[in-house]
Design a binder for this molecule. Sequence first.
Ligand code: ATP
Ligand code: MG
Length: 351
Amino acid sequence: MAKGLDVGTMNILSAKQERDETVFVQQRNSFVEIEYSDMAEQMLSRSEVLHIRKDDQVYVLGDDALNFANIFNQETRRPMSQGILSSDEQSAIPMMKLIIEQVVGSPDRPDEKVFFSSPADPIDSDLSTLYHQKTIQSFLEDMGYDAEPINEGMAVIYSDLADNDFTGLGISFGAGMTNVCLAYYAVPVMKFSVARGGDWIDEQAAQATGTQVDKVTSIKEDDFELDFRTDVGGVEGALSIYYENHLDYVIDKVAEEVDEEDVEEGLDVPVVVTGGTSMPEGFEKLFERHLEDADIPFSISGVRHADEPMYSVARGGLVAARSDEDQAGGANAGTSGAEEEPVEPQTDDDD
Ligand SMILES: Nc1ncnc2c1ncn2[C@@H]1O[C@H](COP(=O)(O)OP(=O)(O)OP(=O)(O)O)[C@@H](O)[C@H]1O
Ligand SMILES: [Mg+2]
């Protein structure tokens, strides 16, 4: 068996194959610190709440963090920011380790393959992804996995462009980042990230309207649509403005980064958009419209929305891990004189 793992700023998800079904496990990448009390003890013992107790403090992690935060009147905290481990959060490492252990589970056999998503270095900030990537890799290897990073944009291509020979532009619109990858026949020819995503949109809209960020996030996730008809002056109007600004920003960066040499002449490139930030109704139409107006040095055959935007990256990791295991299996079985070179999953190991 093999697994895929999406390590995101807001959500951590694993994917594995069970017969003809892909099974996903998900947790929110957040936690809350509360004081140990009889009430806390009771709440923790009654359900399967993911938590760690340390002296008089209890840390509640994942999806339950928000409920506990509301009940105990505390703020949730997040181990990651802008796509990587947060340097402002002292507890980031133990919290992430526990969430990852719960989501991915123990390996089914020693050295089971897991491909975990890792962002490309951002082109608009000094952040380096190396420390983050190596830390996640070591958590997984300590658990007994054979762990390899896969670029987040490349994972989208594995997940959603199999029907196009793993050729096209994959864009994952996440919380902390937006990851872009252009691939030909499963070989990435360009990949980058920008250190902006849904969190940035929320912060800007919150600041512009004097609203709490959490409130803005929940309005956005509830039933916000990118139809530009409602609420000028309100939170939804501000969200629309920053959404549009974010799309233009990403498109400008694509135009800057993609060199004509990167693109085979005469090729129409399909674009797949995915990630939580791509969820609002109207997103891909808006993106397509703005892309048409942009000065992109290649021709685009169409923009499509991933089938399941929250699951693409984990599924892409699983596809890469299974293909890697299949090849290793073939090699171990001593198949001699193989006529055809299978497509190797490309990873970020040598970056
Ligand atoms: N229905 C929705 N409508 C709008 N935004 C949504 C919706 N659901 C989730 N989001 C937003 O999507 C983002 C989370 O997406 P996702 O899980 O793809 O990010 P991530 O992988 O955790 O982050 P990253 O890839 O940047 O590290 C958050 O900003 C969240 O508010
Ligand atoms: Mg992501």
